[in-house]
Design a protein around this ligand. Sequence first.
Ligand code: HEC
Length: 383
Amino acid sequence: MRTALLLLVAACGATSSPLASLTPTPIERVSARAEIAVVSVGGITVVFDAAGATVLDDGATVGHIGAPTQQGRALHWTAANVIVGPDGERWIVGLAGEALWRVTSDAQVEHVTQRLGLQGARVLAFDSAGSATIYGLSNGFSSTRDGVHLVHVPGRAAADVAAARDRFAIRRADKIDLVDFSASSHAVVRIADASSMAFIDATTEQAHLLVGTDAGVYLEVQGALRRIAGTAPTQLGAAGPRGWFVADGRVSVVERGSLSRVVGVPSGARVFGAPEGDLWITGSGAPVTTRFEFATSRHDAWTARIRPITMARCRPCHESGGSGGLDLTASTTWRRHEERLRSVLEGGTMPPRGHLLPDSERAELLRWLASADSADPAGNAAD
Ligand code: HEC
C-alpha cells in the first residue's frame, strides 16, 4: 500500500506561494521499474529499465524482454519513444548501442535503424511528436514530419533533441537550435549549461520548449526564454499540455505558461510523462510504477474527460426532460448518482443495446466514478 502514498500533496498554506496544489489520483499500477521511459500505444504499454523492458497489454504483463545484444555484448536501453514508422503505423522504439530497436506487442525486439532510413548512422538520441520525429546523430541530425521522408542535416554530434509538430530543437553546448517548419525559419537560443529540454503541447501548433539548466528552469515563448524556477532540475519532461520537472524532491507542473502545481516525491523516484498529461512514477522501493492523474478537482476531471463522452453517448436520451430521466449533462447528476451509474456501466445495461460506447470510454467513465474513493475535498467544493 506504500505506493498509494507515493506522492504527498504539498501542504497547502505552508508558504505564501500562489501555487495551487495538485491532487494526484493513482489510476493504474504496473509491476515494473521505470528507469528509462514508459511508452504506450493503444492498450500496449512498455516500461523500460536500462537492462530490459516489460510489455503490458491493458495492464496485464505480456512478457519481459532484455536489452538487445550486439556481437554477444548486452546493450543498455538509453531512450524510448513512440514514432510513426515508414508503414504509417505507430511503433514503440528504443535506443540501445547507438541503434534503434522496435519492441512489438508480443514482446519481440527487432533492429530497425536501416528500415528507418538511418543506415550507417550512430544514433545518440531521438524524440517524437505525432508523426514528426528527430534523430540526433553523431554527424548531425535527421528528421521526418511524416515518418516516410527523412531529411539529413550534417553537422556536429546532436546528443539531445526534441520534437514538436512544427518544430525541432537541437541542444548544443551553449545554445539550442530551433527549427520551425511552419515558418521555415531557424532560431538560435543562447543558453549556458542546459541539461534537458522537452516540448509542451508538442502535437499542437503552440508548442513551447521547457529547458532545464544548472541555474533553473526556463520556458520558451516564440524564441525568448523566461525563467520560471530557480533550482536545477534533476528530471524534466513534458506530457501533453503539461511540462514538469523534479527539483528539491518535488515535481512541479508547468501548464498554460505558468507554474501551477507542486507535489513531493521521495528521493530516487523516477518520473515519466504520459501523452494525456498524466505522470508515471517509480518510487525508490519495490519495482512498481504508478500512473497518476493530475486534476485540481474531480470537477475539472469531469469537465475534461467525462463531459465529452456523456455529450456524445448519453445526451440523446439523458438531457433534462429526456426519455432516460436523469440529466447526465450536469456534473452534479454524476456525483449524486455515482452508485447507479457505476452499476449500469459495469453491468453493461447502459447505453441500451444498439447504442455505442467503446470499451475505452466505458473504462474512462468508471475510472472517474472510482476516483471518488480517494476523497478529494477540493472536488467537493467545486460545485
Ligand atoms: C437510447 C437512449 C439512451 C441512451 C443513449 C442512454 N440511456 Fe441511460 N437510460 C435510458 C432510458 C430510457 C432509461 C430509463 C429506463 C430504464 O431504466 O431502462 C435510462 C436510465 C439510465 C440510468 C438509470 C438506471 C436506474 O438506476 O434506474 C442510468 C444511470 C443511465 N441510464 C445511464 C446512462 C449512461 C451513463 C449513458 C451514456 C453512456 C446512457 N445512459 C445512455 C436511455 C438511454
